[in-house]
Design a binder for this molecule. Sequence first.
Ligand code: 5RP
Length: 223
Amino acid sequence: MVGNYDKSKNLEQKKAAAFRAVQMVQDNLIVGLGSGSTMQIFVDLISERIKRERLHLSFVPASKKIEKYSLPFGLNLLDINYVDRIDIAFDGADRIDEQNNLIKGGGGSLFRERQILDMAQSRVIVVDSSKFVSNFAKEIIPIEIVPYNYRWTVHKINLLGFIGNIRGEATPFMTDNGNYIYDAYNLNNFDVTETYHSLKLVAGVVDVGLFKENDYQIIYSHE
Ligand code: 5RP
């Protein structure tokens, strides 16, 4: 449903899925740390494992928010500009369709999340059952856009069949990169790859919250 990001739901499922994800981490890895409430649970659980098993792990955070959340746990956090590899990345998602395409960016961190997922040698998406949908018609696709001349950028996005709102409206939400988020949706179903490329070609668009990859491992729980 349009705009329905109820993150308080399915906490037990998120915990169960995050628990399974944490078991996949081996010692001495550089781990990409996505953003969102599921990743916060992941941080809680991996911190316990690090202490219990004395693991040597480093983490590359995908947002200022997850970085701030992780600091009190004493995780070894690395700046992405100073790492030459990420071994495994974990992240959440807002929606997953029947072809395993993802919508991400509900927390506004899509650009940095994509950078980390791109760089990682393996990728794990951790979700609860509320994230699964048959297709992305009417689902919100967060689009990160440059503030300069943003109304023209929105106009060009609208011409491609997507309508929506600037997140925060009068006081726009700012991403970690200093940009706006246009929360867009299409009333009809659409081809994910084609649409990603069309939206990405609009001048002013930084990134589009559509992720199409065949090599994501998806961890979920219905518990
Ligand atoms: C942030 C994201 C998150 O991965 C997504 O919003 C999932 O969040 P949560 O784990 O809180 O359900 O894409 O930009």
